[in-house]
Design a protein around this ligand. Structure first.
Ligand SMILES: *Cc1c(COP(=O)(O)O)cnc(C)c1O
Length: 355
């Protein structure tokens, strides 16, 4: 099903023939703005996903005994669509999201859409909601794919039916103001090593961080930084973004070890920094190393690349440089955003054009 070509309520705002939703693009933060369509595709246990469709955005009906509600059999993804100055729509490395969802689906015993099905569904969702893609430089369309066990069941076990669903929302910046992180030394995000689920975007990994996050926010911090659960000596990541610390010309970041989420932004930033001539070391990063660093930043689709202004570990607070021409995160961010928004020529074929 393809959406009607005029979606109503269109308001020409910039450029001839361009239709935009009637909202104030400068007010966007990171909260849900309902859009016109969502994509839904279902499949039975043991089958493969085959055919999905666009439906009006709205509530969905599932059994109270659905696997997702009772046992947390679910995954999410997050990626963005950007509108370029010359009117193109671009996705950034969407096949990476498809592959990450596939790895998570294998871990949680779910069927997953193929790379092509995933990327095509994302494209269709963006095109159907084109008027919600913010004008260049004023935000992006955040795309949220979900994969969940939606079949009814009572006993513990993989759900008899699965739903792949994509919705989207225009967004601006994720963190407001400067970032002051608190190191959490009692609660952990994921169990250390390869046996856990820290490396997949399982829906079950997120509510457990709320206690630490809520407490930190009540004390004036922006976000929480988690330590490894085995020793409590090494940094892992924040609630939804990966971490980097800079010392001299070297950049350190926790390695992908089964515990942290393998961020696509992280991977891209490592490549961009290496191309710029910096040495990037992936390995264990101790709390001491972090406290002694010159600069610190976090990465993620939602946060992009953001400098960290301070970190507080127990009674110790360390401030980092966040402004000035020598700040590395600003250079990395400029290059990454330049590629994502089509301002810098994409020699790596990271962007996918969708219109
Ligand atoms: C999604 C996520 C990230 C960032 O991954 P990107 O692919 O860069 O968006 C980092 N940490 C956690 C816990 C996440 O859920």
């Amino acid at each position: 099903m393809s959406p009607p070509s005029t979606l109503g309520n269109d308001k020409p705002e910039s450029g001839a023939g361009e239709n935009y939703a009637d909202i104030n693009w400068d007010d966007l933060g990171f909260s849900l703005v309902p859009t016109d369509y969502m994509y839904v595709m279902k499949c039975a246990k043991g089958d493969k996903f085959s055919q999905g469709s666009l439906v009006p955005f709205g509530n969905i009906q599932i059994s109270p005994s659905a696997g997702i509600l009772n046992y947390g059999q679910g995954l999410f993804e997050g990626l963005k669509a950007y509108r370029t100055e010359d009117g193109r729509l671009l996705l950034f490395r969407p096949a990476e999201n498809a592959q990450r969802m596939k790895r998570g689906a294998d871990r949680l015993c779910m069927p997953s859409p193929s790379n092509d099905q995933f990327v095509n569904a994302v494209k269709q969702t963006v095109l159907a909601n084109k008027r919600w893609v913010p004008p260049p430089g004023r935000g992006s369309l955040y795309i949220r794919p979900l994969l969940m066990g939606t079949g009814a069941m009572l006993g513990l076990g993989p759900s008899p039916e699965y739903t792949f669903l994509i919705y989207c929302s225009p967004v601006g910046s994720y963190h407001k103001g400067v970032l002051n992180f608190k190191v959490e030394d009692k609660l952990y995000r994921a169990i250390s090593g390869n046996g856990g689920t820290g490396s997949i975007k399982s829906v079950t990994n997120y509510a457990p961080v709320y206690a630490a996050m809520t407490d930190a926010k009540a004390n004036g911090f922006s976000d929480v930084l988690f330590l490894d659960s085995a020793t409590g000596k090494y940094i892992e990541e924040a609630t939804a973004c990966n971490l980097f610390v800079v010392k001299g010309n070297t950049i350190f970041t926790p390695e992908i070890d089964g515990t942290i989420l393998p961020g696509i932004t992280r991977k891209s930033i490592i490549e961009i920094a290496t191309d710029m001539g910096y040495q990037v070391m992936e390995g264990a990063v101790s709390v001491e190393q972090m406290l002694g660093a010159d600069e610190m930043f976090c990465t993620g689709t939602a946060v992009v690349v953001n400098p960290v202004a301070s970190v507080t570990y127990k009674e110790t607070r360390v401030d980092y440089k966040t402004a000035g021409p020598e700040i590395l995160s600003a250079k990395l961010r400029t290059t990454l955003v330049g590629l994502q928004t089509g301002c810098i020529e994409d020699k790596k074929s990271w962007t996918v054009r969708i219109d």
